[in-house]
Design a protein around this ligand. Structure first.
Ligand SMILES: [Mn+2]
Length: 235
């Protein structure tokens, strides 16, 4: 049975050396030891389009490329890096996957998603997501000059930070009804997601929900599927 590592929400920033190095070491050490690596969204803090961002994150792309010679790398996009595309795939050797992705391991099934789709209490976010993910919006955005794309993303981030200050912490977590409704489609599976940055294992009656945490500059976290499921701390 192939072994897997799962991570999410690294939020790598171009030029932030410490966290980038932590990820590069993770690729060379832990990830190179397993058959598959799954990145469940927001590997990158911003992705302005493959044409600009492949260059901005050269160290990361290089690490993924090297890793892909020993390990199958699967990348799901998140709300921060949803513009990741075919050119990233080609340069990194990683394979882009869509959510939900069902991963079978031994006699267990795990549904993999980024997690933002279950934060349904945040109505404004879900509205904005619809607009941003519209193919017409992404087409226009990826054809703007670099400075305009940077400016636009900067303004969006500022608005988002402002909005988060007034939102209660419950609003930014997953909605339990949405989780239960979603998991009805996968009666024999457990759920693994990120996005909320609330690392935890929630054991429920029908399924277990594993929440991957975000990464700091000197520490990260991962789930390992080998003989069973275990949590890893990354230093
Ligand atoms: Mn996210």
């Amino acid at each position: 049975m192939p072994s897997s590592l799962l991570i999410a929400d690294l939020h790598l920033v171009s030029g932030e050396v410490d966290k980038t190095n932590l990820f590069v070491r993770f690729c060379q050490e832990q990830a190179a030891q397993v058959d598959r690596l799954f990145i469940l969204g927001d590997l990158f803090n911003t992705w302005l389009g493959d044409d600009l961002s492949n260059n901005a994150y050269q160290d990361v792309i290089q690490a993924l490329k090297q890793l892909s010679s020993t390990t199958d790398v699967f990348v799901m996009d998140g709300n921060r890096d949803f513009l990741i595309g075919a050119d990233f795939e080609k340069k990194s050797g990683a394979k882009l996957i869509n959510e939900p992705y069902v991963l079978s391991h031994h006699d267990k099934k795990y549904v993999l998603i980024h997690g933002d789709s279950l934060c349904t209490d945040d109505v404004n976010y879900q509205k904005l997501k619809k607009v941003l993910r519209n193919p017409i919006t992404t087409f226009i955005f990826t054809h703007l000059p670099k400075q305009l794309r940077l400016k636009f993303v900067g303004q969006l981030r500022k608005k988002s930070v402002e909005a988060q200050q007034t939102k209660s912490s419950e609003i930014m977590d997953v909605n339990q009804k949405s989780v239960a409704g979603f998991m009805q489609q996968y009666p024999d599976a457990d759920l693994i997601h990120g996005h909320t940055h609330r690392l935890n294992t929630h054991v429920g009656e029908k399924f277990t929900r594993y929440v991957l945490g975000d990464w700091a500059a000197d520490t990260g976290n991962a789930i390992k599927l080998d003989d069973g499921l275990s949590w890893l701390e990354i230093h």
